[in-house]
Design a binder for this molecule. Structure first.
Ligand SMILES: C[S@@+](CC[C@H](N)C(=O)[O-])C[C@H]1O[C@@H](n2cnc3c(N)ncnc32)[C@H](O)[C@@H]1O
Length: 282
């Protein structure tokens, strides 16, 4: 039998290629033991049952081969809520919380607004907005059937009664008008070397790649938004760190006003937003 401290020390040594070997090891061991992280530090000498140690070693081997921790645990935190994740879609990223902040900051809190989250994945954006604004109605849109099952499960677990999953390829089955459209669409270039590195190697291309220049889906979403937005409606889109200027140009060409790009935690341009028509008409 091996102790908790012994398993962690071995795992940290074998996870040297990870950006966060200690954290990865602790999260995997907590998952197998069904205990919080504080348990590991309180009982480092405690012996771990052989069956559980074998489960831990299996997860460790998968992590060493590069599988994201979130896929191994089946969950990831976003905007203070725990979301189930699956290999059918993207693992929510901290930078996407900026998109949620912008919607909460720019839209009236008390009104009964209709908001669409296009390419919802786990439902992270739609559900975070729905929980923060109970009077809003959120449509969580994705075209992958398995993704919509995942959204349903997250809606139930997090009790986001005002979020409705909908299968649609972008606007194909959407009935406007909306007060806001938000989206973190696929925006990586098809030949981007980052697709061969880190967690994205395990995430589906359907969630990542937006054509040769990465902007195919963003073009469709921006050009289709005016016909689906109320006067003064908000469009807010996440994009690549080097796509801000191109996305602002698309917003202006489509008639959006007060167009602005905000930077993420790493100081990269990350979310562009604007309003269609006069804002005080909302
Ligand atoms: C970058 S992921 C974002 C997931 C989630 N919103 C998040 O921020 O974590 C893009 C999502 O868009 C979805 N998607 C791709 N093409 C689509 C389309 N034509 N119509 C609707 N959703 C699409 C993918 O299935 C994926 O879930």
């Amino acid at each position: 039998m091996t102790s908790i401290a012994g398993l962690l020390a071995e795992a940290k040594r074998r996870l040297q290629d990870s950006d966060s070997p200690a954290l990865d090891a602790e999260l995997l061991l907590c998952h197998v033991l069904g205990k919080p992280r504080s348990f590991l530090f309180t009982w480092p000498e405690r012996e771990v049952d052989e069956v559980l140690a074998a489960q831990f070693h299996q997860l460790l081997a998968r992590r060493i081969s590069g599988e994201p921790v979130a896929y191994l645990l089946g969950r990831r935190e976003f905007y203070g809520h725990e979301f189930l994740v699956s290999v059918d879609t993207l693992i929510p990223r901290p930078d996407t919380e900026l998109l949620v902040d912008i919607a909460l900051e720019t839209l009236p809190a008390e009104d009964s607004l209709r908001v669409a989250d296009l390419g919802t994945g786990t439902g992270a954006i739609a559900i975070s907005l729905g929980l923060a604004r109970p009077t809003w109605q959120l449509l969580a849109v994705d075209y992958v059937v398995a993704v919509l099952d995942l959204v349903e499960r997250n809606v139930r677990r997090l009790r986001a009664a005002n979020v409705t999953p909908l299968q649609s390829s972008w606007y194909s089955r959407l009935q406007g008008p909306f007060d806001a459209i938000v989206s973190n669409p696929p925006y990586i270039r098809a030949n981007d070397v980052h697709l061969q590195r880190g967690d994205v190697r395990f995430e589906p291309r359907s969630a990542l790649v937006g054509g040769d220049d990465g902007l195919d889906d963003i073009r469709l979403i921006v050009s289709g938004a005016p016909a689906r937005l109320r006067a003064g409606g908000l469009l807010a889109l996440e994009h690549g760190y080097d796509q801000g200027a191109a996305v602002r140009e698309l917003f202006h060409a489509a008639g959006f006003q007060s167009v602005e790009t905000r930077r993420d935690y790493g100081d990269n341009e990350r979310v562009t937003f604007g309003f269609y028509g006069a804002r005080d008409a909302q």
